[in-house]
Design a binder for this molecule. Structure first.
Ligand code: GDP
Ligand code: IMO
Ligand code: MG
Length: 430
């Protein structure tokens, strides 16, 4: 059976958690392929709400197995805590969660270095989530990282950790003028993790490829969003991994030929947390309204999200890079009650119009969005259970997006709960 990849098409927080949870009902395996606890994926069912940071969003379906792939950077303390909370909710994780032996660890010194570096950058800070993501990936690519498998061997871990902390202490003290970390305290804390993680650590690449050969259906869950991709995003205001489609292959060890569905999650407007260019940002009442009605506050850090109109220049670019075969449009309900909905179709730069998304920050900061205006609707979307039952102007908005991006919309989300979703059969979509 093939792999379905679910990817954020904007700057993250598009509602990936909700959509992955919903799709997991009919799937065998859900696998996270990149990022770490910088992600905050919210899942709402019955009267419950849960934010997952590392465990894949299929964990609340008993028949689904979850995998944290080699491409993810794992804070062991955070994953252990998350597992504990999930079990306290009454969901057994035993035998249903596998963590790659090759996944790299986030250590306290990664967070300390990140904090020091962000402080030093001052006004140019990236505005990271403070979870140590960048420094952990730096160590991975510098070939000085510590991996899950190292947690299972106390002697090796002691040696590697001591060496790493001593090196980072020199950096913290001499370069950043920050406090040094307590080597012995960290070593003693981390050697205790062996028994806790042992039941989960395995060769997930073998596991996933065998499962695919056995006809199992795998969903690869992206974290962050395409515009935060270290290569394709708004560098340097990006994360340090590949949320875009290629990240699924390198972050899980599955071949590209196994992927047959790429679902782009599109929030019906745009948001961004942290710094960096955002051409359609609204610093007015309309932006404030989107933040308020959409509860646009970070699921990981609680920071207010910057809000703005939908940006088709950016979406055409992320559709191209990822090859979306379907779109899931989320948070359509948040637009209800707006008289007019604007959509950016092109940019103006140096007096000239362009349809190209200039991911280079200097240009993107200076583009002026050119908008088309669509009529809004005031009817409550919750009454609708099919596409045809949506208000006429909501249907027109979706048809407009579909036509402009030339990709079919297969799911429409109109609320945080599983039930607040419309599945659109292929024949309805134009
Ligand atoms: P993710 O990081 O992509 O999983 O998204 P987050 O969980 O960070 O943020 C999405 C937020 O919107 C969460 O609070 C969800 O519960 C909520 N949400 C998801 N879909 C919808 C929707 O269609 N309508 C509304 N109103 N909220 C939604
Ligand atoms: P989910 O999976 C939104 C942003 C941060 C910052 C930049 C770099 O919930 O969509 P990092 O800590 O990764 O080094 O921060 O990326 N960022 C996110 N924004 N949603 C996320 O994840 C994010 N993960 C990181 O705000 O601008
Ligand atoms: Mg999120």
């Amino acid at each position: 059976m093939p792999v379905t990849v679910v990817i954020g098409s904007q700057w993250g927080d598009e509602g990936k958690g909700k959509i992955v949870d919903l799709l997991s009902e009919d799937l065998d395996i859900v696998a996270r392929y990149q990022g770490g606890a910088n992600a905050g994926h919210t899942i709402c069912w019955d009267d419950k709400e849960f934010v997952l940071h590392l465990v894949p969003s299929g964990i609340f379906h008993d028949n689904t197995t979850c995998v944290i792939g080699n491409g993810v950077v794992i804070d062991p303390a955070a994953v252990i805590e998350e597992i504990k909370t999930i079990e306290e909710l009454g969901y057994s994780v035993e035998g249903r969660l596998h963590i790659s032996h090759n996944a790299h660890l986030i250590m306290p010194y990664h967070k300390a270095v990140e904090q020091a570096r962000e402080r030093l950058r001052d006004a140019d800070a990236i505005g990271t989530t403070g979870r140590g993501i960048g420094p952990a990936y730096m160590d991975k690519f510098a070939r000085t990282g510590i991996r899950m498998v190292d947690l299972l061997d106390r002697d090796t871990l002691r040696k590697k950790l001591k060496q790493a902390i001593e090196e980072k202490n020199t950096l913290l003290k001499s370069v950043y003028g920050a406090d040094e970390l307590d080597v012995d305290a960290i070593v003693e804390e981390y050697v205790e993790f062996d028994k806790m993680v042992d039941p989960y650590v395995t060769d997930t690449t073998q596991y996933l490829n065998r499962a695919l050969a056995d006809g199992k259906h795998v969903l690869a869950e992206g974290a962050q969003g395409s515009l935060l991709d270290v290569d394709f995003g708004t560098y340097p205001y990006v994360t340090s991994s590949h949320p875009t489609v290629g990240g699924c292959c390198t972050g899980l060890g599955v071949p590209p030929t196994a992927v047959n569905r790429v679902i782009g999650i599109v929030k019906a407007y745009s948001t961004r947390v942290g710094n960096g260019p955002f051409p359609t940002e609204l610093n007015d009442d309309a932006g404030e309204r989107l933040r308020k009605v959409g509860h646009e506050f970070g699921a990981t850090t609680g920071r207010p999200r910057r809000c703005g109109w939908l940006d088709l220049v950016a979406l055409r670019y992320t559709t191209q890079v990822n090859g979306f075969t379907e779109l899931a449009v989320t948070k359509l309900d948040v637009l209800t009650g707006m008289d007019e909905i604007k959509v950016c179709t092109r940019y103006r730069y140096n007096g000239k119009e362009t349809g190209r998304f200039p991911s280079e920050t200097q240009t993107l900061e200076r583009v002026e969005p050119i908008y088309e205006s669509l009529p809004g609707w005031s009817e409550n979307l919750q009454e609708a259970s099919t596409f045809e039952e949506l208000p006429a102007n909501a249907q027109s908005y979706l048809e407009y997006l579909q036509q402009k991006l030339n990709v079919r919309i297969s799911l429409i989300s109109m609320g945080p709960k599983r039930s607040q979703t419309i599945a659109v059969p292929p024949q309805v979509a134009a």
